[in-house]
Design a protein around this ligand. Structure first.
Ligand code: GLA
Ligand code: ZN
Length: 694
């Protein structure tokens, strides 16, 4: 993390768009101070402004910006400009432009479209980075390196193809082995020479997964190449790059180890018609993933919008109060830095209508500027929270890009509209757990699970022997493993496990055999019956069910429709000192929620049950926890805060006992307590209130 004694606050800053108007640049500094900003990411797309022709550097404008930052006590997250190539470089070396699956090379222009392999582009980025580091190594404003921008996608050029072949040779050693693990005798795909291997063929699903792995590795090595001169010349300045949550092409578990700190860009889409709570829980999922990637340490919210975006179908403004709450939600989840895209709206280009702190009008009188100034004020008051880690949960959920890629590459078995059935399953289970009042950490298949009471693995479609063994050991040693439909169908090559699903050899661990999968029409009402589903003892399945035989497991719920009637669908089994649970269907939302309420009661998970739409989050520091309490409702809600004193973050008002939370209210407890003697032991903040799944 950049050294910080307070929550850092700022935005992406593009002075290179305003070099023709120095008054604007000078005014920016004054406005930044007025809004309470501490920092900015500078010059993300400024390569040509820094190097207008090969080897000719024009750092003067950046010197001035950096000096002004230092004078104003602002910190610079200095960007490396690789996210967008200079036109002259792209014309001089067309091979640095990305090639699509169709073999067409992209024109110069756009952004985020460089070849991941080109030695020329790698050398050019390392060179400009070295120049930046040489020039600003000792500059007092330099606080962080912001590497490129939102790395993403893939390139199918000849250079990438050859490097893919080299990657495959290293991975498999021989063509024989590659042919075996890709099952290439199917449709006569057997390769007799490495050069025949394409970069894309959806009929070879092992290839699809390896291509994603390879492209991910190429991104990480591109990133490492960019960081090498920075680490050499500025070893004390941390490096980060801005992630995109659960972005498809980037297995961020692989990236996390390469970086000094984790940053993310989050744009929850405000919609005044939907349920802000459900949206907030989905955002919490992404924030939790960042907590996991950061190893439980604080992370950076590198981009969010202070008002609307301009790229959605319906770009709603955030209702008053929503933005402050979204920022605080990130802080409650461990963010120690909050930055926007963007500081100032440009007058041209395709993002001129994207939300910004400073509008085209140019001053500090706008509604959004006012809201941002309030955010600045509130964040300044949160300094005592900086460095606190989010509280570790008792329940871990695995989020695994490998399983996602394998499922995506397989033609069937999946259902529903989404292209990303895997992430959807994880978010559904996360939301249900949180609705049931249970906290969840997101972890990788390699995270040490000791200390967790339960691990949830939604749709862990591909499973290696090693992961299966680790999860089994966790369970045998007393843990609880909850798995769902689509578990253990394939190995890491996307080859089906033999011997019956779930594999590898997990039939004994779950005490069941999943023999077949059936898909449901949207209007098909497949009943699931079980005691856990409230008074009606019923819920229903959505779009996918498995036909399961119990092989020792206890049946907790059964399918009650069509020729599936009587088949077990939720099962529980002993495994060593622990237990497994298996959900062989995608359950309706209320059903999944009811299941986790049941699970929490059965295995003794701590729950914080609050009125609908009210959420608690904790961060823990050396002196104890601080607790945030959010009302995500558009209406006031009454809660019992018990004997503890909370403070409303907008006006500082003290609240205790029965309290009315205002719409989008955010409360905090524990900051003043850092000095007092109240016990630091965790206690639920309110008496559980019985909620009925709706
Ligand atoms: C991304 C990019 C920014 C900007 C925003 C707009 O997060 O990193 O440069 O394009 O989207 O929402
Ligand atoms: Zn390429």
């Amino acid at each position: 993390m950049p050294a910080c004694e307070r929550v850092l606050y700022g935005a992406d800053y593009n002075p290179d768009q305003w070099l023709h108007d120095d008054a604007v640049l000078r005014n920016d500094i004054a406005l930044m101070r007025r809004v309470g900003a501490t920092s900015a990411s500078i010059g993300i797309f400024s390569w040509t402004a820094l190097e207008p022709s090969p080897g000719v550097y024009t750092f003067g404008w950046l010197d001035e910006v950096m000096d002004r930052f230092a004078q104003a006590g602002l910190r610079a997250f200095l960007a490396t400009p690789s996210g967008s190539k200079p036109m002259w470089l792209s014309e001089l070396h067309p091979e640095i432009r990305r090639v699509g699956r169709d073999g067409r090379r992209e024109p110069s222009g756009g952004r985020h479209n460089h070849c991941l392999t080109s030695p020329m582009y790698r050398a050019a980025t390392a060179r400009i980075n070295r120049e930046l580091a040489l020039r600003y190594a000792q500059h007092p404003a330099l606080a962080l390196w912001h590497i490129g921008n939102e790395f993403n996608g893939d390139c199918h050029c000849e250079l990438c193809k050859h490097s893919f072949h080299a990657w495959l040779r290293r991975r498999y050693g021989s063509l024989d082995r590659l042919n075996r693990v890709w099952w290439t005798s199917f449709w006569n795909h057997t390769f007799t020479d490495w050069s025949q291997i394409p970069t894309h063929d959806p009929s070879i699903d092992g290839l699809c997964v390896d291509w994603l792995r390879y492209s991910n590795d190429q991104h990480v090595s591109f990133l490492e190449n960019e960081m090498a001169p920075l680490r050499e010349l500025t070893p004390d300045v941390p490096c980060t790059t801005n992630f995109m949550g659960t972005n498809r092409a980037t297995n961020y578990w692989r990236w996390a180890g390469a970086l000094d700190c984790i940053s993310n860009d989050v744009y929850p889409m405000p919609d005044d018609r939907d349920d802000a709570w459900r949206r907030a829980l989905s955002t919490d999922f992404t924030h939790s993933l960042m907590r996991g990637l950061a190893g439980g340490k604080p992370w950076l919210l590198m981009e969010c919008s202070p008002s609307s975006v301009n790229w959605g179908k319906i770009n709603k403004l955030k209702r008053p109060g929503v933005h402050l709450q979204e920022v605080l939600q990130a802080v409650a989840n461990g963010a120690d830095v909050v930055h926007y895209f963007q500081w100032r709206k440009g007058c041209g280009g395709c993002e001129k209508f994207h939300g910004a702190v400073v509008d085209h009008e140019g001053g500090d009188g706008s509604r959004v500027f006012g809201e941002c100034a309030e955010v600045g004020r509130v964040l300044a008051s949160l300094s005592p929270v900086v460095g606190f880690s989010p509280r570790r949960a008792a329940v871990a959920m695995i989020y695994d890009w490998e399983a996602r890629w394998a499922l995506e590459a397989s033609v069937g078995p999946k259902a529903g509209d989404s292209g990303d059935r895997y992430t959807e399953a994880c978010i559904e289970h996360f939301r249900a757990l949180r609705t049931a009042g249970v906290e969840v950490d997101l972890v990788s298949v390699e995270t040490d699970l000791s200390g967790y009471r339960a691990v949830i693995t939604p749709a862990l479609y591909s499973l290696s022997e090693a992961t299966a063994r680790r999860l089994t050991t966790f369970t045998e040693q007393g843990g609880v493993w909850v798995a769902t439909y689509l578990t253990g169908y394939v190995d890491p090559h996307n080859l089906c496990w033999r011997g019956g699903f779930p594999g590898p050899r997990l039939r004994e661990v779950f005490g069941l055999w999943n023999e077949e999968v059936d898909y449901l029409h949207d209007d098909e009402n497949t009943i699931i019956r079980g005691d856990m589903f409230g008074r009606a003892r019923e819920t229903h399945a959505l779009d996918i069910i498995e036909r399961i035989h119990a092989e020792g497991a206890r049946v907790l719920a059964t399918l009650e429709s069509d020729f599936h009637t009587g088949l077990p669908v939720i099962l529980r089994h002993h495994c060593g000192n622990g237990e497994t649970f298996y959900l062989g269907a995608r359950l309706a939302e209320a059903g999944t929620w009811a299941f986790y309420e049941f699970l929490a009661a059965e295995i003794g998970l701590e729950r914080t049950v609050l009125p609908r739409g009210v959420v608690r989050k904790c961060r823990v520091g050396a002196d104890g926890p601080v607790e945030f309490l959010f009302n995500y409702n558009r209406r006031s809600v009454e809660v019992d805060l018990g004997p503890h004193t909370f403070h409303r973050l907008t006006d500082g008002q003290a609240c205790r006992g029965t309290t009315t939370l205002l719409p989008y209210d955010s409360l905090l407890r524990g900051v003043s307590r850092l000095q007092d003697t109240e016990t630091t032991a965790h206690r639920p903040i309110a008496q559980p209130i019985a909620l009925q799944p709706s």
